[in-house]
Design a protein around this ligand. Structure first.
Ligand SMILES: Cc1cc2nc3c(=O)[nH]c(=O)nc-3n(C[C@H](O)[C@H](O)[C@H](O)COP(=O)(O)OP(=O)(O)OC[C@H]3O[C@@H](n4cnc5c(N)ncnc54)[C@H](O)[C@@H]3O)c2cc1C
Length: 330
């Protein structure tokens, strides 16, 4: 726990309940070598192993991250309702767990088990903080304040957003402005964002077992992220309180829409049959989001159009991304 958080007794539990264990292995794991089929090999232009690769199943995901040292970072992130922490919290148990849920990958780990470098684990890694910014001259950023979830790495988003709020407060303060109101507004904005990001993760881990639904959820999450918060951030609008207040009602609508969509994904995944029918499907994400449909034809994103028209100006995409699914996953 961060120094200030401990000293000021600001610790606050987070609702999101997921555990993680991770370790490094001094060996380059190349996902590309797992399949001989040249058609599968040719589906992507760059080597797969250079990316972070995710193996997903009901209630969990496993990360495979190549490190510059030549080692590979491997992590298991799992919902305790499906995968009790006691099954993951030592290296020996994590090996057993992998052999049960990701046997092909476990075989590779077993072949290099003598090259394991370390093992770390975190129970209920998500946490909150009662207060992040104060007009008395202190503020908290990064993992010292809050942490939500490692999927999509929102920790880095919160670092960027909170650092922007804090920088703005420092600039205002040294410009002689009273920062009491701005501090309160940024705190509120941060809370709203934490809540909004939370809906993407909370109780959503079971969806990872449904290839069809999770695929569509990822497209949805990307779409909302790049056409929403990321666009605001890159347009330097997030700290502009006048702008953010003007768009408040529209943002609330987007939040509500996302809330409903996350519920839909959850219920849909519960109703889905096992993943057999998706086994050999390949989805090129770069071909999924169509930017060509004019917004007014799509009523539920219409408020966002007005909102972005209002302030983001030329940086706004001509139309917001509308999800269109290629053959095979519709
Ligand atoms: C399971 C898990 C997986 C993750 N995977 C990813 C990922 O793949 N990609 C990604 O982008 N993010 C990932 N994250 C998130 C990412 O690790 C954090 O968001 C990020 O490291 C936070 O950076 P930070 O600077 O706030 O804190 P830290 O990285 O924790 O840095 C804080 C530093 O301050 C030092 N420190 C603490 N107290 C003091 C003190 N009193 N004096 C001096 N120094 C001090 C600490 O030693 C530490 O070096 C993951 C997080 C978790 C929990």
């Amino acid at each position: 726990m961060g120094l200030l958080k401990r000293k000021l007794k600001l610790a606050k539990p987070a609702y999101h309940d997921v555990n993680a264990s991770w370790f490094r292995i001094n060996h380059q794991i190349r996902v590309d070598d797992w399949v001989d089929d040249p058609q599968w090999q040719g589906q992507v232009e760059e080597p797969r192993w250079l990316s972070t690769n995710h193996l997903l199943g009901k209630g969990y995901w496993v990360w495979i991250i190549p490190l510059s040292s030549g080692a590979t970072s491997i992590g298991i992130v799992a919902d305790p309702n499906k995968h009790p922490y006691a099954e993951l919290n030592t290296f020996a148990r994590a090996r057993v767990w992998l052999s049960k849920y990701e046997p092909q990958f476990a075989g590779i780990i077993e072949a290099h088990v003598d090259q394991v470098q370390d093992f770390l684990t975190l129970k209920h890694y998500s946490y909150n903080c009662k207060k992040m910014f104060s007009a008395d001259g202190w503020a908290i950023t990064g993992d010292a304040g809050v942490f939500l979830d490692p999927f999509y790495s929102p920790g880095s988003d919160f670092i960027a957003m909170n650092n922007s709020f804090i920088t703005e407060l420092i600039v205002k303060h040294y410009a002689g402005e009273d920062i009491v109101q701005a501090t309160g507004e940024y705190e509120k904005l941060f809370r709203t964002l934490f809540l909004a990001f939370g809906t993407v993760y909370e109780e959503q881990y079971p969806i990872m077992g449904s290839a069809r639904v999770m695929t569509i959820k990822v497209i949805w999450d990307f779409t909302l992220y790049w056409s929403g918060i990321a666009l605001l951030f890159f347009s330097n609008k997030l700290t502009d309180l006048v702008f953010m207040q003007r768009g408040g009602a529209q943002l609330q609508q987007i939040y509500q829409l996302n809330f409903e969509m996350q519920g839909l994904f959850r219920h849909w995944a519960e109703a889905e049959l096992p993943n057999g029918d998706m086994r050999d499907k390949f989805l090129n994400y770069t071909r999924c989001s169509s930017f060509s449909i004019p917004l007014p034809s799509n009523s539920y994103l219409h408020p966002a159009e007005q909102y972005f028209n209002d302030g983001v100006g030329s940086k706004r995409p001509k139309s917001l991304p509308i999800i269109c699914f290629p053959d095979g996953i519709s």
